[in-house]
Design a protein around this ligand. Structure first.
Ligand SMILES: *[C@@H]1O[C@H](CO)[C@@H](O)[C@H](O)[C@H]1NC(C)=O
Ligand SMILES: *[C@@H]1O[C@H](CO)[C@@H](O)[C@H](O)[C@H]1NC(C)=O
Ligand SMILES: *[C@@H]1O[C@H](CO)[C@@H](O)[C@H](O)[C@H]1NC(C)=O
Length: 360
């Protein structure tokens, strides 16, 4: 009898052993070791992952590929707006007489815009809702780029909002952008709470904190860079999943970090590190200064037009300021072609003084 019972019931140590193995398997499944915390691996582990390697190969080819120069190169002006464009009349004045050298795309995220100008009517693209700070903002920018890339004549791509105004006449803007050998994508290193404070370790291993950058979303870029954005799934997915308001205790704003980080990583000398769209943060508020009709004077615009060094300040306690000359193909030139934010009420005043400031 005893012998039978002993065979039917395994000894206690076997049960304990099984339990231990079971528990460690479960915990290994639930808490997989993060590879970046493993420090005994040889240095090869710090090199590119398979996905990164694949992406870099595609990016490198896109960057070195000579693009076919179209007979009539155009600039794509892409408007990201909730609805109608209150300053459309001013833009019409800017574009008039330059047909064939530009294309217009309008992404209206809230309501169908009604256009006053024939240059704008029929230029609305299929749009979707945009929530400030969320990836949907960048998805809208991507949608604009994809639409604009369909036209092989478009060689340079400018993102604008409903509150943007041109600071120069069309010829000046066209020559400045087409002749530049870089994309005007803003990018700087900010160790402060509104810079690296928004970084999440979930972005590892592809994006390390030392690679995380910040910059204004208002870009202007060459065709190669627009194609890279279309081709990028890896880095975009990291930002879509891990850079959003409130994620992992960080208030990350994807459209202020994705492009600066991506291009500083893959083509640092191909971007200017400043944006050609001026905005005034000097009031130190959560939002930039808005110009009303009564604030507007020729002198104010002229002051913005004459700025020839770009300025960045970190958001940590040190508030480190960096000033760099705006270099256009190696030459010092004014930094800005556009400015924001101008309220709808400022239209008449702008129309009145545009002929003055647009000749500079
Ligand atoms: C932009 O900044 C990067 C470093 O982040 C630098 O390598 C590059 O030369 C800068 N671009 C220009 C045009 O100065
Ligand atoms: C742009 O032109 C300047 C001046 O010729 C040169 O120093 C710089 O390396 C060029 N940048 C690129 C990306 O070709
Ligand atoms: C245009 O500029 C001149 C000075 O250069 C100024 O006297 C004139 O008032 C300006 N016109 C407008 C409409 O601002």
């Amino acid at each position: 009898m005893n012998g039978h019972r002993a065979r039917a019931k395994p000894p206690r140590w076997i049960i304990i052993l099984f339990c231990l193995i079971f528990v460690s398997l479960i915990s290994a499944y639930l808490y997989p070791p993060k590879w970046y915390s493993v420090d005994w691996l040889p240095p090869i582990a710090w090199e590119l992952t398979d996905d990164e390697f694949a992406s870099r190969v595609v990016f490198r080819d896109l960057l070195s590929m000579p693009l076919v120069q179209p007979k009539n190169p155009k600039i794509a002006f892409m408007f990201l707006t909730p609805g109608s464009l209150p300053l459309e009349k001013l833009w019409e004045k800017f574009f008039q007489g330059h047909e064939g050298r530009f294309s217009i795309y309008v992404h209206a995220s809230k309501e169908k815009p009604s256009h006053l100008s024939h240059l704008f009517s029929g230029q609305d693209i299929r749009s979707a809702k945009v929530v400030w700070g969320k990836i949907s903002t960048f998805e809208a920018e991507k949608r604009l780029l994809a639409n604009a890339l369909q036209d092989p004549d478009n060689q340079h791509f400018v993102l604008l909002s409903e509150s943007c105004v041109p600071l120069h006449n069309f010829d000046y803007v066209y020559d400045y952008l087409m002749g530049a050998n870089v994309s005007f994508i803003d990018s700087f290193w900010d160790p402060g709470p509104q810079g690296n404070g928004r970084y999440s370790e979930y972005m590892l291993p592809e994006i390390k904190v030392k690679e995380f950058r910040k910059g204004s979303q208002w870009f202007s870029m060459k065709r190669q860079h627009a194609l890279i954005i279309m081709a990028d799934n890896l880095y975009f997915t990291k930002f879509r999943l891990y850079c959003k308001p409130g994620f992992d205790g960080h208030n990350c704003i994807a459209d202020e970090h994705y492009l600066p980080t991506l291009f500083t990583m893959i083509d640092p000398t191909g971007i200017a590190n400043w944006s050609v769209t001026h905005v005034d943060w000097s009031e130190g508020k959560w939002y930039p200064k808005s110009y009303r009709a009564k604030d507007l004077k020729y002198e104010i615009l002229n002051k913005i037009i004459s700025i020839d060094e770009n300025f960045h300040v970190t958001t940590d306690a040190k508030k480190v300021q960096t000033r760099r000359p705006c270099l256009w193909n190696g030459m010092r030139r004014p930094c800005y072609l556009f400015a924001r934010k101008f309220l709808p009420q400022s239209l008449d005043k702008l129309m009145n003084i545009f002929s003055n400031y647009s000749v500079i």
